[in-house]
Design a protein around this ligand. Structure first.
Ligand code: FES
Length: 56
């Protein structure tokens, strides 16, 4: 499912980045370019981040 439409980033890509060590929005931005355009996906990205960090 697409989370960031501007950059065409899916939740799976975000989860992969988290599994590979991304632990902040800054990391996700640097790795995937999410939330760098309209910013509407920032909240969703953040909740995916929090969910996947606490479950590991
Ligand atoms: Fe992610 Fe626009 S949807 S920056």
């Amino acid at each position: 499912m697409y989370v960031c439409l501007c950059k065409g980033i899916t939740d799976n890509q975000i989860k992969d980045a988290i599994n590979q060590g991304a632990c902040s929005m800054r990391d996700l931005r640097a790795e995937l370019d999410v939330a760098t355009q309209c910013g509407k996906c920032a909240r969703d990205c953040k909740s995916i981040l929090l969910e996947n960090m606490t479950s590991s």
